[in-house]
Design a protein around this ligand. Structure first.
Ligand SMILES: Nc1ncnc2c1ncn2[C@@H]1O[C@H](COP(=O)(O)OP(=O)(O)OP(=O)(O)O)[C@@H](O)[C@H]1O
Length: 341
């Protein structure tokens, strides 16, 4: 056991590549989805993971749960490396680590009743429970997530998106997990329903003493629920700090850019933030830029940024940032316009 106190999960030097075939002759290329990933998740916290589409959020969530095998690195769960666990041992751990998916209806088997869907993980992960005990648990958990127990024999298509996500949450909770990876759990829902599901997750977290990893491309959503926020860009961590630090004092130019999409009431600040807005497309992870991979879209980039890959540095209050220039670009917000492009 080599776990630091208070950490439920420690991710060390994680790397994940995919081999993809392209072109007429199906030439094999390597896509690096994640590299040099190091962070901890503390017992009882909600860690938000943000970044644009394709930056590696879902791949990271799936590597943590061992739904994907990383190429290298460790996923230490209470000090035990999940990447090295034999399949049978991992099966026993599965009850502790669950996932909620983005598209609630697509993730539910249309041929199973709600009761069967929620009960299903218990059959494999808690085989000692009797049928009566399983059903009793299903009813209890349905009540916890705001579903009427009389809905137990209905089918997924009879539910709205918000209710379907409640079924997905119930299915994740039924094994009494310690950690749930929530992969864009509200992105597919109407805005009016999103807050209900976010509030439900916050309540359940307290009620069941959960630790959450909350994945979203939307910094407003992540900010709402997270204690700390990890910002990913092209498969690498560029910043990790508390929600307040990220929101009020972002250090990485990419975090600043993501913040431009977050609505703020102060028009002056909103105008200043627009300067940071993202330009261009995210580069291909098959052939990423040299040095700092964000430099091709960064308005603060200098020649040195093409030559050197910025290390993930620990700065004040233990927050982390990977930018060669973060000290120089830290200027008062009202002078930002002077910097220009
Ligand atoms: N099974 C796969 N085979 C090949 N490439 C993949 C596979 N899964 C993901 N990728 C690639 O890995 C990179 C990271 O993808 P990932 O889905 O983790 O990003 P994401 O941030 O979750 O994006 P989104 O918000 O769109 O889901 C992308 O370039 C993606 O195309």
């Amino acid at each position: 056991m080599n776990q630091s106190p208070g950490n439920l999960l420690e991710i060390r030097d994680l790397k994940k590549t995919f081999s993809i075939a392209t072109g007429l002759f199906s030439r094999k290329l390597t896509l690096t989805a994640l590299e040099d990933i190091n962070f901890n998740v503390r017992q009882g916290e909600t860690l938000g993971i943000v970044g644009e589409s394709g930056c590696g959020k879902s791949t990271l969530g799936r590597c943590i749960l061992q739904l994907l095998s990383p190429d290298q690195g460790q996923v230490l769960w209470l000090g035990q490396d999940l990447t090295r666990l034999p399949a049978e041992e991992m099966r026993k751990r599965r009850a502790d680590l669950q996932i909620i998916f983005q598209d609630p209806l697509a993730s539910l088997n249309p041929r199973m009743t709600v009761g069967e869907i929620i009960e299903d993980p218990l059959r494999t992960l808690k085989p000692d429970l009797s049928k009566t005990e399983r059903r009793a648990r299903v009813v209890r958990i349905m009540e916890s997530v705001g579903l009427l127990p009389e809905m137990i024999n209905r089918y997924p298509h009879e539910f709205s998106g918000g209710q379907a996500q409640r079924i997905g949450i119930a299915r994740a909770l039924i094994t009494e997990p310690k950690l749930i990876v929530c992969d864009e759990p509200v992105s597919a829902l109407d805005v009016s329903i999103q807050a209900q599901i976010l509030n439900l997750l916050a309540e359940l977290k307290d009620e069941f003493g959960l630790t959450l990893i909350f994945i979203s491309h939307n910094l407003s959503v992540v900010r709402h629920v997270s204690d700390r926020i990890l910002v990913l860009y092209l498969g690498r961590i560029v910043e990790l700090a508390t929600g307040d630090e990220i929101y009020d004092d972002p250090k990485h130019p990419y975090t600043r850019a993501l913040l431009t999409a977050v609505p703020i009431p102060d028009p002056k600040l909103a105008r200043q933030r627009r300067i940071d807005a993202l330009k261009g497309e995210i580069p291909s992870p098959i052939n990423p830029p040299s040095g700092c991979t964000f430099r091709t879209r960064c308005r603060f980039a200098k020649p040195q940024c093409a030559e050197q890959r910025p290390p993930l540095e620990t700065i004040e209050n233990g927050r982390l940032v990977a930018c060669l220039r973060w000290r120089e670009i830290e200027i008062p917000a009202d002078q930002e316009a002077v910097l220009g492009a």
